[in-house]
Design a protein around this ligand. Sequence first.
Ligand code: ADP
Ligand code: MG
Length: 250
Amino acid sequence: MYHETRAADGADPGGAVILGHGVSKLFGGTVVALEGATFTVKPRQFISLVGPSGCGKSTLLRMIAGLIEPSSGSLHVHGDPVGKPRRDVGMMFQRPTLMAWRTVLENVLLPTELVRKVTAADRDHALELIELVGLKDFAYAFPSQLSGGMQQRASLARLLQTGADVLLLDEPFGALDEFTRERLNLELLRIVAQFGRTTLFVTHNIQEAIFLADEVFVMTPRPGRIAGIVEVPFERPRDISLMQTVPFNE
Ligand code: ADP
Ligand code: MG
């Protein structure tokens, strides 16, 4: 059962942000990591991608991010074929990828620094994001002084600082213990949703998947393909002021 797309390949007339048609990926010519994924992600949608371990979730995200190329099929972001990393697509991985010798603030500012001179306004914005993710008192701390969950908060602040309008979250809490992960989901996914950017969130936990999602893409076991798309029928509060806040300390 394949989801219908408006265009088989090329730019999408309906303004899809991500459009995949028959996207497959082989590694080393033999390992089928993903097979025939066909899907559409519309502007500002929050999509959860679920499926068992090894079904190709990370592979699909890495292709959307332009880190690896599809073996066949067509995959477009904002109407352009994927192929190289782009500024408007940001990705967050399962494990923190902070630079050890930089403070939280310096890490959050890094993507900006790579493209232009950092201004006072950039610093203020970064500090606001650091506060938003609950690290107000840790802006000048180094990653080694933070727990795994706190490092992921910092990674999220850095991702939001980039201004990317497509956010790819690859099991961002997968490496954390169950208890910490549940709390982080509640807090951080709400923050992500509040920004209203197009989001693809990978998890293998169905409860996490339906939390905040507009649609859930369900993938089959390996070789993975998108087997079904479940629309999550109820509205969720996207305004952070409506949301219960939980104290941050882990
Ligand atoms: P998931 O994220 O759903 O757990 P992955 O996308 O990481 O799955 O992997 C899908 C399949 O592709 C797995 O069988 C995995 O072993 C294989 N695979 C992923 N990356 C590579 C790679 N770089 N080289 C060879 N095989 C890979
Ligand atoms: Mg994965």
